[in-house]
Design a protein around this ligand. Structure first.
Ligand SMILES: CC(C)(COP(=O)(O)OP(=O)(O)OC[C@H]1O[C@@H](n2cnc3c(N)ncnc32)[C@H](O)[C@@H]1OP(=O)(O)O)[C@@H](O)C(=O)NCCC(=O)NCCS
Length: 191
């Protein structure tokens, strides 16, 4: 199994890198924000210990090659503004799920639009995935647009799959195949 704890990717404005113990405060600020957690299946974080524990768990899972979560560090000022993740890896079927979150102060500036192609490229190339899935709350317009912009195709609609803040919530299931991604890349390259 390939280890992911040394993976670093870069884009024009961002460094995508593993989280370290020193990121706990910034991570807590993101995941304790009810606006960020609005469509999540777990409540906003209520203590810094949650951040510390997640960083430790991530390190172990990434070293074992079971999971990939990268922090999004803004190059300009070094601030940690979000995370993006490939999880629920299924190596025999070469499949994973994608997830992401940004601090509200960084929304609507195209950061996730910039980060996702780097993560997706890594998934299809270095990790040799064939399929990446996204489970999106259909009410989450920003997330829907983010994933559709990368070429994900809506494949299904699962009713009342989650309970989000006490309310039954649906899933729009999206997926991107390696062949879809390669075709998009060829189209861009040909102009
Ligand atoms: C999803 C998320 C990462 C998007 O980040 P972002 O930087 O704001 O994304 P962008 O600025 O690139 O916006 C994405 C698109 O959504 C649109 N958008 C953003 N907020 C919107 C809103 N409230 N209503 C309608 N459209 C919205 C933008 O105009 C943009 O459209 P475009 O691609 O056609 O230009 C961010 O909203 C977030 O962290 N949400 C909380 C966590 C979350 O829901 N994660 C996903 C779980 S599946």
């Amino acid at each position: 199994m390939t280890a992911f704890d040394q993976v670093v990717l870069s884009t024009q404005r961002l460094l995508l890198r593993p989280l370290a113990a020193a990121d706990a405060g910034a991570l807590m600020a993101i995941y304790a924000d009810p606006e960020v957690m609005r469509y999540g299946s777990s409540p906003p974080w209520d203590s810094i210990e949650k951040a510390d524990a997640q960083i430790v768990r991530d390190r172990e899972a990434m070293a074992a090659g079971h999971f990939l979560r990268l922090g999004l560090q803004r190059v300009d000022d070094g601030a940690l503004i979000g995370t993006c993740t490939l999880f629920n890896l299924d190596p025999p079927c070469r499949r994973a799920e994608i997830g992401y979150a940004l601090a509200v102060s960084a929304w609507s500036r195209g950061y996730m639009r910039e980060a996702l192609p780097a993560l997706i490229d890594f998934g299809f190339e270095a990790m040799d995935l064939n399929r990446i899935e996204a489970d999106i709350d259909p009410r989450n317009t920003a997330s829907t647009k983010s994933i559709e912009r990368q070429g994900f195709v809506r494949e299904g609609y699962l009713r009342e799959r989650w309970i989000v803040q006490g309310v039954f919530s649906d899933t729009a299931l999206y997926a991107l195949l390696r062949s879809d991604w390669q075709a998009q890349r060829r189209k861009v390259a040909l102009g």
